[in-house]
Design a protein around this ligand. Structure first.
Ligand code: ADP
Length: 231
């Protein structure tokens, strides 16, 4: 059974009073433990697709399943619980600026119901995974763009989510930091987490040779095992 399944999913938005499908009749299955690149030009629907899987938005048509839970139908009050089980890193930083890195990580763990006693150790482990242990007392404004992404990655996986969604995580980063992040994502994936990554990073896609799903105007134009960028 696939872990994530989309059946004929469509999401409409209104642009200049006209309705258009940002995600258009998409059907797709992802197995647990897969590493999936989501590629396509700007506006192709990558972020919208990730937001649908994260249940931040619900489809206008079609169904989305996470294991045996139909998330396109879950009640509004259950949505926050579901969303917390999915690791997420979005383009805009989600860190709280007035809190230190450790405090930011503590807040998510509290929200997830982690026992207070184990929070400091979890925080250390998560920061160690991304090589940011030395920064736990610093504030987000004191970190570089790459370091922010590393902390966000630590925060996203701190409770071992079954699925990790990442949107353009290597955008605006230098090549080395980008590779550091790709290496960490591979490691997270190797430990069993399904990773779905929207990206424009041609080099990373071509070297990693993982599944590549190409979106064009909201539709799946290609879906290749061990794919390459633009093939
Ligand atoms: P990508 O991530 O591939 O760049 P997006 O999923 O962000 O694409 O956007 C797909 C299309 O939907 C774009 O035309 C975008 O402008 C539009 N869109 C995305 N979110 C909204 C929204 N909240 N309201 C209106 N239009 C939106």
């Amino acid at each position: 059974m696939p872990q994530i399944e989309l059946q004929n999913v469509t999401k409409y938005y209104i642009n200049e009073k006209k309705r258009f499908a940002a995600v258009n009749d998409v059907s797709l299955s992802i197995r647990q433990g897969e590493f999936v690149f989501l590629i396509g030009s700007s506006g192709a629907g990558k972020t919208t697709l990730l937001r649908l899987i994260a249940n931040q938005i619900v489809p206008d048509e079609g169904k989305i399943w996470m294991d045996d839970l139909e998330i396109s139908r879950i009640k509004a009050w259950r949505r926050p619980f579901y969303r917390r089980t999915i690791g997420q890193v979005w383009q805009d930083s989600g860190l709280i600026r007035k809190k230190t890195i450790a405090e930011n990580l503590e807040i998510v763990q509290r929200a997830m119901g982690v026992k207070a006693k184990v929070i400091p150790e979890n925080t250390q482990k998560a920061l160690a995974l991304v090589g940011m242990r030395a920064n736990e007392r610093r504030y987000p404004a004191e970190l570089s763009g790459g370091q922010i992404k590393l902390v966000e990655l630590a925060r996203a996986v701190i409770c071992n989510p079954p699925v990790l969604l990442v949107d353009e995580i290597t955008a605006n980063l230098d090549h080395d930091t980008g590779w550091d992040i790709m290496t960490i994502l591979s490691e997270i994936n190797r430990c069993g987490t399904t990773v779905i990554m929207a990206t424009h990073a041609r080099d990373f896609v071509n070297i990693m040779r993982r599944r590549v799903i190409t979106l064009v105007a909201g539709r799946i134009a290609a879906d290749a095992e061990k794919g390459k960028y633009g093939e």
